[in-house]
Design a protein. Sequence first.
Length: 499
Amino acid sequence: MYRTFYNIKSKPFQSSADPKFMWASEKHKEALATLKYGIINNKGFVLLTGDVGTGKTTLINALLKILENDNGIIYASVPDCNLDFIDFINYVAYSFGMEEDFKTKGSFLISFKKFLINAAKNGKKVLLIIDESQLLTDELLEQIRLLSNIDRADSKILNIFFVGQNEFNDILLKKSNRAVRQRLSLNYNLHHLTTFETYDYIKHRLKVAGTSCELFTHSAVQKIHQYSEGAPRRINILCDHCLLSGYVNKQKKIDEAIVQECAIELEIPSIITTSDPETLEFDTLEHKKIKPTSIPNPLVDGKGGFSILRKFPIKIQTLLVALSAFSLCVILIMLIFLYHNADKQKLVVTTHIKPSLENQNKENLKTDPHKKTKPDEIKPEHPPFETKTIIIRFKHNTNDFNEDDLSVINEYAQLLLNYPDAKVDITGYTDSMGAPQYNINLSKLRANIVKSFLLGKGIKTDQISARGLGSENPVENNDTSMGRQMNRRVKITAYQKDQ
């Protein structure tokens, strides 16, 4: 309806999880890298959780799009877990192309084991993705765990990805589900988008839809983030409604008023989050004036009376009020006196200082007639930034760095906070033990882990770039254990952007 009015080819804020419109924040990139790492390395049980509407299903669809081009991976996805066990195993069998209708658990296990062993013999990995995992019953969850027992002695032949809302973590914490919990090898939680990420998300979807125009003002984006809490699904619903409302009102650009009107129509409560430091920057961009917040008087209760004074007898209350009024008058008289006296003192001081400054300026002109005197010239708080490189090393087959490196990177982050214009290049490397593509993915993952650490310390996103080069540029020989350990590293180099 509004596409022609806004000159766009398709609706940019459809609620369906279309991978074409996927915008990957740093969180989503890390989550996708974690999932890819899990299947490439046969990690078995992997968990992806997040609040409602944070983009879990869209992320899974993006992963499946990638896996379509990988002939070495056989995958199946279960979108609805609200099934009994027989329906569940038949859906899994159908998704994997097993052309058989199973009536019993035993017959399924026999065929499924043959399927997995045959896939392993042909060098293929098998992945089962279970979406909306929070709907799993304890009984079905245990039956799924038992499926993972069909493994070869030397490696896992079935990978299971659980994707669900945060409530699934509570299900896993049950004592009856501890066996599943203990088998989890990777766990990633998706968080909501920040204000700037919300801005980039909206801009990206509009661009995919066919326009580079900013259809939403900065203040409108801030309001959208406020009402949606940074959840992509809620952003889509609100933005779509805003464009429809703008079209009806013949308004080419969506402003704050339209967002608020649409939020009321959709009955979305306004939830102001104070944990997002980027919100204030949008206020600055829009030159919005912040109204001073009234501070309640601790003496006054909700009805306007003096609650503390009411504890005393009437005569004492009257005396205290009179004393307070008298004290205020005295303070006011003193302030007026000090104000007038300060003006006189200022005049005397200025009279004495002015000739001195004139003499000083004359001396400066004699020394260098072209040099202009700058009073109270401000010196930089920090010396110019010098290019600095550190190395962080990871333990074998883990995403953890040791305590010494943790201390080093903490100090490094504190230094970078003093230089907001500095640029940070993060490059991940591995040893040469794994396959080349696996090494590339692992090095990217570790580089992104370091990047996330620095972002958590307050370094800005636009300061940091991260990449993975796999087993390139070894610093030691990969034939020895010590050499491989030295090559499993992340190199971090910071420099001033004009260097």
